[in-house]
Design a binder for this molecule. Structure first.
Ligand code: MEV
Length: 440
């Protein structure tokens, strides 16, 4: 067992590394070598990464891939994806190509409102609180002006502030429930700064509000924080074509494919065990683009999963139908994204990813991200209802297995060739590699 350490954050980077490698690793030199191997050779870029977080000891690389041929509202995109899982980029690319020949993806931003709340405790008369709030509301806007001025000049700002009574849930619990338009910024800092200012104004005005008794003045602010649940920051993505045009190969008819596809979606709509995996596949696409474009994938995940349970049961994010011979597959999801602020102007690869997407507005990025999710789900359901997921997945996983066994380039190409006509499994790959090496 190691001992605890105080003052770790104040140590220099090399001292931190020394402590880590000497405390936790049997081979300290090897551990140090691995950490250093992932440092960037350009000191400025390394310093940038060091300063993104605290106690940085190395960089954790994820591959950045691209999926070309995405036709979205008539415009062609190559979508950047940062993800470690094999098959995801291939699946996205395959869907993109499939829908490229069938009119592409149609998307629409439905709304862009974000939410923040000041949670507080008040045990006095509700009517007095309501009259205090009527007096307070314009002051909340006024005192937040220094924070909102620039955002307002660009067309955004605080949309509304409501007083919400939550005393049925917790005794004495009320909220200031505020809505915001943050334009191209994800807006977390903007919203949180406004909320903290609301709390200050609230507290100080309460102290001088005559109608409050001394006890009523003692309002306790519990916390002021944005919500990552953004059901009114919604985007829709859709694909559709004639059922007969769904025919791609001759293993299954277009009609049978459409019907199995819709059954699979229906199952995810009613069965939470399936819905979680179904939506996980959607998040493969969404997270990869969210990450590549420097956005907060934890916020996006939390918001989307909450939305998937909005009716009380966790359910599918996507839906599908056939009407008048037309197959339609669609998804509506909440997405709070930014294309300015945060990492977007700092991380060189994020800047590159955004330029690859023609430097989108936040609204455009919402649509691209939603398409990546829908495409991913289409590819997954297509595989699941036809060949099964393992066929494609293991093919993609082949390289991971070969790398795990230190295959050289010659061995890799021989084995990949061999598995063009054989079924991939972990043991089959190990066996084939063994045979190849033995026959040398
Ligand atoms: C794997 O990462 C994602 C899938 O399981 C999604 C799904 O089952 O729909 C293939």
């Amino acid at each position: 067992m190691s001992e605890s350490i105080s003052g770790f954050s104040k140590l220099s980077k090399s001292k931190k590394i020394d402590w880590i490698v000497n405390t936790y690793f049997s081979n300290a030199d090897e551990a140090k070598r691995i950490l250093e191997q992932y440092w960037h050779i350009d000191e400025k870029i390394q310093q940038l990464h060091d300063e993104f977080i605290e106690n940085t000891i190395s960089n954790y690389y994820l591959p950045l891939g691209v999926a070309p041929n995405f036709l979205i509202n008539g415009k062609l995109y190559t979508i950047p994806m940062a993800i470690e899982e094999s098959s995801v980029v291939a699946a996205a690319s395959k869907s993109a190509k499939f829908w490229l020949d069938r009119g592409g993806f149609k998307t629409k931003v439905i709304s862009t409102t974000k939410i923040g709340q000041v949670h507080f405790m008040y045990h006095g008369n509700k009517k007095t609180l309501e009259s205090f709030f009527s007096y307070l509301k314009p002051l909340l806007f006024k005192d937040a002006k220094p924070i909102t001025k620039n955002m307002e000049q660009r067309g955004g700002g605080i949309l509304d502030i409501e007083l919400r009574d939550k005393t049925n849930d917790i005794k004495g619990y009320y909220q200031l429930h505020a809505s915001f338009e943050t334009l191209n910024a994800m807006g977390a800092n903007f919203i949180n700064s406004c909320l903290e200012q609301f709390a200050k104004t609230f507290k100080s005005e309460a102290l001088i509000f005559d109608a409050f008794s001394e006890e009523e003045k003692d309002i306790q602010i519990v916390m002021s924080i944005l919500s990552n649940y953004v059901p009114d920051c919604l985007v829709r993505a859709e694909v559709s074509c004639k059922v007969e045009d769904l025919n791609e190969d001759n293993t299954i008819s277009a009609e049978e494919f459409a019907s199995k596809f819709i059954q699979a979606v229906n199952i995810a709509e009613v069965e939470p065990y399936r819905a979680v995996t179904h939506n996980k596949g959607i998040m493969n696409g969404i997270d990869a683009v969210v990450l590549a474009t420097g956005n907060d994938f934890r916020a996006v995940e939390a918001g989307i999963h909450a939305y998937a349970s909005q009716n009380g049961t966790y359910s599918s994010l996507t839906h599908a139908k056939i009407e008048n011979g037309i197959f339609t597959f669609w998804m509506e999801i909440p997405l709070a994204l930014g294309t300015v602020g945060g990492l977007t102007g700092l991380h060189p690869l994020v800047k590159l990813a955004l330029e690859l997407l023609y430097n989108p507005s936040a609204k455009e990025l919402m649509q691209i991200v939603a398409v990546a999710g829908l495409a991913q789900n289409f590819a997954a359901i297509r595989s699941l209802t036809t060949t099964g997921i393992q066929k494609g997945h293991m093919k993609m996983h082949l390289m991971n297995i070969l790398n795990q066994f230190g295959a050289n380039d010659h061995e890799k190409s021989a084995i990949i060739d061999y598995f063009k006509t054989h079924t991939v499994s972990h043991s089959a790959v190990v066996e084939a590699l063994k045979n190849l090496r033995a026959n040398k």
